[in-house]
Design a protein around this ligand. Sequence first.
Ligand code: HSE
Length: 403
Amino acid sequence: MMQIAVMGYGTIGSGVVEVLEINRERIAKKTGQEIGVKYILDLREFPGDPYEEQIVHDFSVIEKDEDVCLVVEAMGGVNPAYAFVKACLESGKHVVTSNKALVAAHGTELLQIARDRNLNFLFEASVGGGIPLIRPLTQSLAGEEILEICGILNGTTNYILTKMDQEGQDFETALKKAQELGYAERNPEADVEGYDTCRKIAILTALATEREVNFEEVYTEGITRITDTDFQYAARLKTSIRLLGVSRMDGERVSVFVCPVMVQADHPLYAVSDVYNGVVVRGRTVGTIMFYGSGAGKLPTANAVVSDIVEIAGHLSDHIPFGWSAKKQALTPVEEQNFSYFIRFAGQAAEKFADVEAVFAGARLIELEGKDEFAVITGRMSEARCRKLAAAFPDILQTIRCF
Ligand code: HSE
């Protein structure tokens, strides 16, 4: 029997226990042993829960028990998850986590401790929810040069944008529903301000470059300023608006950004709606491949955690080479990155478009009937140039980068 502990009995932690139960026989056959949940760490009591007897409130019970060889961290947030995970590794236990905030902030150190102690620190569930993504990227594409990663990496915001786009729902209603469905982070700001996507694209970039990526250096914009009017223009243009996390290899540097993007109908991510995530990876020899599936939610995410448990069960006494080094990856500042832009201006096109066209040469006009505003799509230019040109127009209502 392989004894494990689960820290955090919320959506993901309880999902992990459930998936281990549902797939018990299959997992035992695969790993050659039963997996037993010896402890569940949570501050709360769970009267009547089938695992009520396993609930503990004191982390040191898990830390000190030598029977526990693997700990699942599903608490979320950086503290106290970081201290607990570090202590688990230092006491010789493998760790699996679904916590992107923890991995993005402390992954380098935790990976190094795992390496030094011949242990494993795996986090398949931290990006893309239930989609097998990190293992294909690091194992199936181990010998490939990754040129670009472009993803819808947050289920909550994709759900909200889809509802705004297809059903005309307002932002608050769609967010509330996403929270009820268990998609959202503890703090919804992390989803809607793009922080969650930022950490996920930082993790994927670090895995692709095998260098540490400082998520705080990643240009990040959320979706809170996207309006129904933007979607009306998007419909007119046969495009949609998605929150993307993008990473493009740029010589020794990498261009990484997170922001809402107006996506053309022929882009593979255009069709990724609701809570689904989609990640397009372009490699030098493999070409373009796409990963698609449930990006959030209890059982899909728990399944990814369980896949790491099963992986480690076959490597209890050895370290699987994985992760990135402490060497820092240089990022290209957003000002030097190139986009075309969707820009909305207050006023009538008949009066103002000529001025706009004189500054944004080649800009294409888009008008909606009955509105005292118009929009343009510009040619490609650097962010710095766009900002400089836009400074001449105090009546800009919105700017969205385009693919
Ligand atoms: N809040 C996250 C999302 C959960 O909505 O995608 C999965 O990481």
